[in-house]
Ligand binder design. Structure first.
Ligand SMILES: [Zn+2]
Ligand SMILES: [Zn+2]
Ligand SMILES: [Zn+2]
Length: 591
């Protein structure tokens, strides 16, 4: 570690690739890539160690891609594991950690210069280029050329590109035009907002028959959208594992299941290999050229092109009408799934809290001297486990003894003679590839989960009072969009976000009541001037309040525009029930 620190502080540019590789290996980091990448990886490790040591946290360089994504999401930073390398994500996180460390690290700034990245002159010209790009964004924003803004990073985007293609282009431009990067450009925030606006307008579905107001509030029940099926196709969907086409008549899947799948409402099971998959994990092909394209539910009500250079004909996705009874069943199913997800989230949160408490206790017990072992300690542990027969394969070369052969002495002997560096490298490479596949699969599942949660919320009415079912990522995105939270500021808690969004929705409803003179489907029972609140109802409440945690119940209250007076879980449930069944006006006066 000290060698690495020294090398990063002086002379990383002069070091040979072999030397950098050796250090990376000792630190348990990947050794793949060109010299510039290797140097950056070593720099990331050293900077990460400097940031994490004072807080006694693990080095961010040792996080898995999934964990990195979580850390980035927590800070509202972009992350696309399909196009960005692990090093790029790590760089973004470490830069954010540095900014977080700055205010209270002012006094102990002695070690700061060594942790500052310096690529030897490149950043200066890079920033100049980024500022030019930001200025160009602002110019194009004046004339409303959204597609041109997103095309600035090189990949051309048009109004009928898929949302996935737009997202990629957006991320590419945002890497240059980000307020965090353009600290010497006064209009950086403005340029970034113009970019976000361009992406949002362009990816907005142009739905025939859905009112502007209802679309803005997101209150379009997914299956209630009336639109034409002109130039729409029942596109081919294939299982991501066995590649067999899904939804053939022989599978017993109803026609309208296509609409349910494509809107991200639920997953279906492959009738060939029994894998569960949804529209975000499935394989899609263009109805014109049969080429693959990336699909997201946001594309379902749009006309898109597949993105192939030779295929420019747009196409839409067929909307099948669902029988009312099936729709009612689907709603119940989807709501139950949303509540199940909340229970899973709560269980995961409790597990992390317990783990953190244990880690704190352990750190306290060994007097704070620990934490140095890191990668080499982990390897020693893996080898000890292998010798005891607790691991199927040798952690060095991947050799897997068959079950009967696993005598302790044989295993010890194998480890002693297991010194073939080539075999070790080959095994590491195989393992890295397997990890990358796992990470990519996990990223796909995560995207599918996010899409399903959002689709469930829309299907069930898309009301503010139901926002308790949305994910943290979605709530944050809505808060940023509504301007109740700003990117650089202190992040709001989940409950605060829900409360702020519910307040916004109530104000908007109130304004609509004044201008339209009523007539909306669910008239808000608000008081003049004050914040309007929506009384809890069977459709706005979870079916099983008792299965939620106290904090989740508080979220439900916030979504209905009030803070519970009660402290305990049962008392909060009683308060919700009372509001639900009482004459709502009287209850509201008691507030
Ligand atoms: Zn399959
Ligand atoms: Zn095509
Ligand atoms: Zn071995």
């Amino acid at each position: 570690m000290e060698d690495a620190q020294k090398l990063v502080a002086h002379g990383l540019e002069a070091a040979t690739a072999g030397r950098v590789k050796g250090l990376l290996k000792a630190l348990g980091q990947s050794q793949a890539g060109e010299k510039a990448e290797l140097a950056e990886r070593l720099r990331l490790f050293v900077e990460g160690a400097a940031l994490s040591a004072p807080r006694r946290e693990p080095n961010p360089a040792s996080l898995k891609v999934g964990e990195l994504r979580k850390e980035l999401a927590k800070r509202g930073l972009p992350c696309d594991t399909s196009i960005e390398t692990r090093d790029a994500l790590l760089r973004r996180l470490i830069d954010a950690l540095k900014r977080e460390a700055q205010p209270n690290a002012g006094a102990s700034g002695a070690d700061r210069p060594t942790t500052e990245p310096d690529d030897g002159g490149a950043p200066a010209s890079g920033e100049g280029r980024d500022i030019t790009l930001a200025k160009r964004v602002l110019e194009l924003a004046e004339t409303g050329e959204d597609a041109a803004i997103l095309s600035l990073a090189g990949a051309p985007v048009s109004r009928d590109s898929t949302v996935a293609a737009m997202r990629k282009a957006y991320l590419a431009v945002s890497r240059s035009v980000h307020p965090d990067k353009l600290r010497n450009f006064a209009d950086a925030t403005k340029a970034f907002q113009a970019l976000v606006g361009a992406f949002e307008r362009l990816s907005q579905p142009e739905v025939v028959g859905a009112g502007e107001a209802s679309r803005r509030s997101g209150a379009v029940a997914a299956t209630a959208i009336a639109r034409s099926n002109a130039n729409c196709f029942r596109t081919k969907v294939r299982c991501p594992r066995c590649k067999v086409e899904w939804g053939q008549p022989c599978d017993g899947v109803e026609k309208w299941c296509y609409s349910v799948l494509m809107q991200g409402v639920k997953c279906y099971t492959c009738s060939t290999c029994l894998l569960d998959f949804g529209c975000m994990t499935a394989l899609h092909s263009c109805p014109h050229c049969n080429g693959p394209f990336e699909f997201a539910p946001a594309d379902y009500h749009r006309q898109v092109t597949c993105g192939s250079a030779r295929c420019t004909r747009p196409f839409g996705f067929h909307l099948f009408v669902m029988p009312p009874r099936a729709e009612a069943e689907l709603r119940a199913e989807v709501k139950a799934a949303a509540e199940r997800r909340l229970r899973v989230v709560e269980a995961a949160r409790a597990r992390t809290a317990r783990g953190a408490a244990r880690a704190r206790a352990a750190a306290g017990a060994d007097g704070g001297g620990g934490g140095g072992g890191g990668a080499s300690g982990e390897r020693a542990e893996a080898e000890a486990a292998f010798v005891r027969g607790l691991r199927d394969e040798c952690p060095r070369c991947g050799w897997a003894p068959s079950a009967g052969e696993a005598q302790r002495d044989d295993l010890v002997e194998h480890l002693r003679s297991c010194t073939d560096a080539k075999a070790h490298a080959a095994h590491r490479k195989r393992k890295a590839a397997a990890d990358a596949r796992d990470d990519a699969r996990a990223a796909g599942r995560h995207k599918q989960e996010e899409a399903m949660t959002h689709a469930a919320w829309q299907l069930l009415g898309g009301q503010a009072s139901q926002m308790w079912m949305l994910t943290d990522e979605q709530l944050r995105a809505r808060c940023l969009e509504a301007g109740v939270e700003a990117a650089g500021e202190q992040a709001l808690t989940r409950t605060e976000r829900i409360a702020a969004l519910a307040r916004r929705a109530a104000e908007a409803d109130g304004a609509r009541m004044l201008t339209n003179g009523g007539g909306s489907v669910a008239p808000p029972r608000g008081r003049r001037g004050g914040s309007a609140a929506c009384a809890p109802s069977a459709s706005s409440l979870p079916d099983n309040l008792h299965s939620l945690s106290l904090q989740q119940l508080r979220d439900v209250c916030a979504a209905h525009g009030f803070v519970p007076k009660a402290r305990g879980k049962d008392a909060v449930i009683a308060e919700l029930e009372k509001r639900r069944f009482a004459g709502s006006d009287e209850v509201l006066l008691l507030e």
